[in-house]
Design a protein around this ligand. Structure first.
Ligand code: NAP
Length: 446
């Protein structure tokens, strides 16, 4: 892969890149099938991704006609890699085996190692014979919606496809590696004003937040609407607050430290709640919620923005869902895409039906949505919330940070890129967007 790196750094043409031989193996971060019982019986918090995630050489899979190999310059940590590395709620090898049974090409994925990672930026180095829109040398980011386009179910909203999968979680050959194998319809242009690592962190969380808030498949927020955003300085939240601000809405960001409150203020969010300082106890014990605490949250929101919220951006799950359903205004919508604190949810249904509220599920984004969200990054309208950077060899440490909520925004990972700051193709536009704004999360963490 070093030959590809040298070619990319020296500005080699697409033809020159296409002439470099694909190696037999490449460096990748993976979990092993023979270790799925590693943490058996342990509490979630004690399961240590640094023990289960390995970095080593794996074989290069064969290229299907509709696929591309991409030399990965940088990648990012997503929460799904936390789930894979602690084997919760289940081992991801089951996903690979199911894909393996679907087709001959699918069978490449059912291996003894699962190469993880659902974000990347890099350079296309080879395309399959059926690929029309991309060629070697193209600088790209990758979204994680992996869809079989021969299924009729994939041709309305591809997120509703029967066999929709998330690349690097429900498929093999993910982005935390020096090389990745993706479908050509996962590729998107790399933002020219951003470095490899700033470009790599966006696709998964940015597209998810876009669908939840902007798309007609989500809440389709309109101007002036108030939006409660849990984890507002985290991976999803850092994009969600930008979409609400860009769309003329009023974000109410919830975070858990004074530093995060400052960060959101700097990002332009005026209404911020420090949930730790507020000391909400939505659950009195493991089985009983406290409506008085929901009311206290509602009162705090009204004190900040003068009314209840039209939309709740929900992902913590069990800990917050009761409060979220309560906090949404009459006719409001709770958009949910996850359940970090537990997926067996409890809420008071009277508040839902009597006040005509809706709970709507959302999951990643279709190609159109991912493309539009990527374009907003390319246009400098959505900023990359990169807060920290790790080399691929230390991927376990990076995942540990996310597992224990020690991070802000997104953590980037350098794969082939030997150092940070490389890959900026349009420095003039970068300075117009503003170095300070692009580096906001980094500066804040420093
Ligand atoms: P993240 O970077 O860890 O951010 C999550 C934030 O949620 C944290 O910063 C934390 O903020 C807040 N939080 C955590 N536990 C909480 C609790 N018990 N109560 C209130 N707030 C809590 O993770 P992320 O990338 O935003 O992802 C969040 C979840 O969404 C994960 O479960 C992930 O797997 C899922 N996800 C789903 C999709 C999809 O397509 N379905 C896409 C992306 C992510 P504070 O501590 O500051 O409050």
């Amino acid at each position: 892969m070093q030959e590809f790196l040298s070619a990319i750094q020296s500005g080699a043409s697409g033809e020159e890149i296409a002439a470099i031989p694909i190696p037999e193996s490449y460096r990748a971060a993976f979990v092993s099938r023979d270790e799925v019982e590693l943490f058996h019986g342990m509490a979630s918090d004690d399961k240590d991704p640094r023990k289960s995630l390995h970095v080593g050489e794996v074989s290069v899979p064969e290229l299907a006609p509709d696929e591309a190999y991409v030399a990965v310059m940088a990648s990012a940590i997503n929460f799904n890699t936390v789930w894979t590395s602690i084997f919760e709620p289940l081992s991801t090898f089951g996903f690979l085996d199911r894909l393996g049974r679907e087709s001959e090409w699918g069978s490449r994925h059912a291996l003894a190692e699962h190469v993880v990672g659902s974000d990347a930026s890099g350079v296309v180095v080879r395309v399959g014979t059926a690929v029309r829109n991309w060629k070697p040398g193209d600088r790209v980011t990758i979204h994680c919606n992996y869809v079989d386009d021969q299924s009729p179910s994939a041709h309305d909203d591809s997120m509703r496809a029967d066999n929709q999968r998330i690349w690097g979680y429900e498929t093999n050959f993910g982005g935390l590696a020096d090389l990745t194998l993706v479908k050509a319809n996962q590729l998107m242009p790399k933002p020219a004003h951003l470095s490899w690592e700033e470009s790599a962190i966006n696709a998964l969380c940015n597209s998810t937040s876009y669908r939840m808030l902007v798309s007609r498949n989500g809440a389709a927020m309109s101007q002036g609407q108030r939006v409660l955003i849990w984890g507002a300085s985290g991976g999803l939240g850092a994009y969600a607050v930008q979409y609400v601000l860009n769309g003329g809405g009023v974000p109410i960001g919830v975070v858990s430290s004074p530093e995060k409150v400052d960060l959101l203020h700097e990002l332009g969010v005026e209404a911020v709640i420090d949930r730790r300082a507020a000391g909400y106890r939505f659950w009195k014990d493991d089985h009983t919620q406290d409506e008085a605490e929901w009311r206290r949250l509602g009162k705090d929101i009204r004190a900040l923005v003068g009314d209840d919220v039209d939309i709740v951006f929900e992902h913590p799950g069990r800990q917050t869902m009761g409060a979220s359903v309560f906090a949404a205004k009459r006719g409001g919508i709770v958009m949910t895409c996850a359940a970090t604190s537990g997926y067996m949810i409890e809420y008071d249904n009277r508040h839902l039906w009597m006040k005509l509220k809706t709970i709507k599920g959302s999951h990643f984004a279709n190609y159109r949505e991912a493309w539009d969200a990527n374009q907003l990054v390319c246009d400098g309208k959505v900023l990359p919330p990169l807060s920290a950077l790790y080399p691929l060899d230390e991927v376990g440490d990076a995942v540990y940070q996310v597992h224990h909520n020690l991070h802000e925004g997104k953590i980037g990972v350098l794969c082939l890129a030997p150092e940070e700051g490389l890959g900026v193709d349009d420095p003039e536009f970068r300075s117009r967007v503003g170095e300070d704004r692009i580096n906001l999360f980094r500066r804040h963490k420093a």
